[in-house]
Design a protein around this ligand. Sequence first.
Ligand SMILES: Cc1cc2nc3c(=O)[nH]c(=O)nc-3n(C[C@H](O)[C@H](O)[C@H](O)COP(=O)(O)OP(=O)(O)OC[C@H]3O[C@@H](n4cnc5c(N)ncnc54)[C@H](O)[C@@H]3O)c2cc1C
Ligand SMILES: *[C@@H]1O[C@H](CO)[C@@H](O)[C@H](O)[C@H]1NC(C)=O
Ligand SMILES: *[C@@H]1O[C@H](CO)[C@@H](O)[C@H](O)[C@H]1NC(C)=O
Ligand SMILES: *[C@@H]1O[C@H](CO)[C@@H](O)[C@H](O)[C@H]1NC(C)=O
Ligand SMILES: *[C@@H]1O[C@H](CO)[C@@H](O)[C@H](O)[C@H]1NC(C)=O
Length: 315
Amino acid sequence: MAFQHSILSLCFLALFGINKAVGDAAKLNPDIITTDVAIIGGGSSGTYSAIRLQQLGNAVTLIERESRLGGHVNTYIDPSTGASFDYGVISFDNISVVNNYFDYFNIPLAPLDFFPGPQVYADFSNGTIVPASSLPQGNLGAALIAYEAQLAKYPNIYNGFDLPSPIPEDFLIPWGDFIEKYQLQDLAYTVFTFLQGVGNILAQPTLYILKYLPSATVSNILNGGFLTTAHHDNQALYDSALAKLGSNALLSSNVTQIHRSKDGVLLTVSTPSGQKLIKASKLLVAIPPKLSNLGFLDLDNEERSLFSQFNNSYY
Ligand SMILES: Cc1cc2nc3c(=O)[nH]c(=O)nc-3n(C[C@H](O)[C@H](O)[C@H](O)COP(=O)(O)OP(=O)(O)OC[C@H]3O[C@@H](n4cnc5c(N)ncnc54)[C@H](O)[C@@H]3O)c2cc1C
Ligand SMILES: *[C@@H]1O[C@H](CO)[C@@H](O)[C@H](O)[C@H]1NC(C)=O
Ligand SMILES: *[C@@H]1O[C@H](CO)[C@@H](O)[C@H](O)[C@H]1NC(C)=O
Ligand SMILES: *[C@@H]1O[C@H](CO)[C@@H](O)[C@H](O)[C@H]1NC(C)=O
Ligand SMILES: *[C@@H]1O[C@H](CO)[C@@H](O)[C@H](O)[C@H]1NC(C)=O
């Protein structure tokens, strides 16, 4: 009976719009979920958004491909001692949004010691140990302060994608040229170690480096102000978030199709307990917005043209 009803409702979708049909069907069919915001991707962005939206009183459904939340967080637990060790995301900025988030789950933070043991440098192309004395040396502190003086010219570039108009010429020159222009050579190596995700850093437009290396991070480098979980278990944040979200988080699940209209968003999701139809008012996509990742989305030509320009290197 329920089966017949949902078939009928799906037929009515075309005739009477998504809202009423799905609303009626949801009363009878547990495989139809009605929610305020559907979120795709349970890494840092998607998980934080889900928790925050729920705190603000919204119903959310979070869809994650893997069998856990956390994305680039990776925590290893030593099976013999139970000790935990983070080898993915390690550090957090000491800012209120971070502190409030961890407090909400009662997970204590502590100052991060980046180099708790002896350091060994190696050339990964051939495995040769490289003496620390052969690494670039210089006055890092002075160079970071000179960099901050450049950053201070553009206080608003951290607010989304809005850029000053006209675009300052310095935004478009390669980072390598910017370093030479302002004699920042002494920070080149350290900045590279913090921003390995951008690929060939010296060739990137300076704007990207300015956005990835804001003054909060610079002051953390200068003052040792980064935080990490006191138990070196960053996964605990995501396991707590998962417990809070309960059945509103769908793990090991794939979105197969999305239909957006003025009435909302209809998602077809394949989950370990079968196919679900999610009817949401809003959609939040928190996975890398590359065309190759967005096959399930009903992109229009403008979106397709925009997303075809996005790429990533290592992360
Ligand atoms: C090794 C490493 C170390 C890092 N260290 C730090 C650090 O110490 N401090 C710091 O601030 N930042 C660090 N970063 C950067 C940080 O990881 C990213 O900024 C952050 O993870 C981005 O979060 P995100 O949610 O946007 O993406 P991700 O973490 O990539 O999350 C995306 C999620 O979406 C899921 N997903 C993908 N496709 C789909 C799909 N089709 N359907 C459903 N789910 C899907 C993925 O499984 C993943 O869980 C590090 C990154 C790496 C790789
Ligand atoms: C975080 O910043 C606050 C000031 O905003 C400071 O009192 C506190 O000691 C900092 N925590 C750590 C671990 O550095
Ligand atoms: C390893 O590679 C570096 C350059 O990438 C080179 O300078 C060095 O001589 C190499 N060492 C060995 C033992 O081949
Ligand atoms: C999701 O997709 C992956 C890779 O295509 C597949 O192995 C997995 O079985 C799918 N899971 C579900 C619940 O459909
Ligand atoms: C993205 O990077 C891949 C691998 O480096 C490359 O083949 C592809 O052409 C790039 N796409 C864009 C849009 O830059």
